[in-house]
Design a binder for this molecule. Structure first.
Ligand code: GLN
Length: 200
């Protein structure tokens, strides 16, 4: 199995480490690469879009001409997981009325996201999260995290902090507004690997 981490900006190395650890915990022979070109997307079984700065990542996706390829793969059922800024990019709508952004969304999941939704008081915090169908009591790390304001159509909310949606699932696509790669708990990466294995 070959998993790619979009390697243009953000928590790329951390996701690589988590995927490798999850492979070994599952006893799966897999490799993980950093994706920076159309060629890197070839032969992949799944892609993770990491956290970082959503407007920067979106700009680099265009600079490297990856946008159309990622969209086509997603529509063909290819598993993609976006974390934090990555979850923003997966959305089809952004509420940028408070926190402005020139981010060009990939528009793959029917949900509205809001940047830095937890405000200045809770810029960076940890919260134990139950993620439906993935993991209970997951140690969520939130860093200037977005929230999902609403899910529409086939997009389903699967985790909450208070009234904020912090994870959503739409078929082959998974959005998490927190950082699973910043903990030693690899259950979310294992889930992603198993999702790919079940599909292949
Ligand atoms: N606030 C960032 C953004 O809007 C996301 C933060 C993160 O990925 N840790 O892009």
């Amino acid at each position: 199995m070959k998993i790619g981490i979009l390697g243009v900006q953000g928590a790329v190395a951390e996701h690589c480490i988590s995927v490798k650890l999850a492979f070994s915990e599952l006893g799966i022979d897999g490799i993980v690469i950093s994706v920076r070109s159309i060629r890197d997307l070839k032969d992949l079984d799944g892609l993770i879009i990491p956290g970082g700065e959503s407007s920067t990542i979106s700009r680099l996706i265009d600079a490297l001409e990856l946008r159309d390829n990622i969209i086509t793969l997603a529509k063909d059922g290819f598993p993609i997981m976006g974390t934090c800024a990555g979850s923003i990019l997966l959305a089809d709508e952004g509420d940028f009325s408070v926190e402005r952004s020139d981010t060009k969304l990939l528009g793959l999941m029917e949900m509205t996201v809001r940047r830095n939704a937890f405000g200045r008081q809770r810029e960076s915090f940890e919260y134990t999260i139950d993620i439906e169908g993935i993991a209970d009591n997951f140690p969520g790390v939130l860093i200037r995290a977005p929230a999902i304001e609403n899910c529409r159509g086939d997009c389903k909310a699967i985790a909450y902090i208070d009234d904020y949606i912090v994870a959503a699932k739409q078929n082959n696509l998974t959005a998490l507004t927190f950082h699973p790669e910043l903990t030693k708990d690899t259950r979310i990466h294992q889930y992603f690997i198993k999702e790919i294995a079940d599909k292949n």
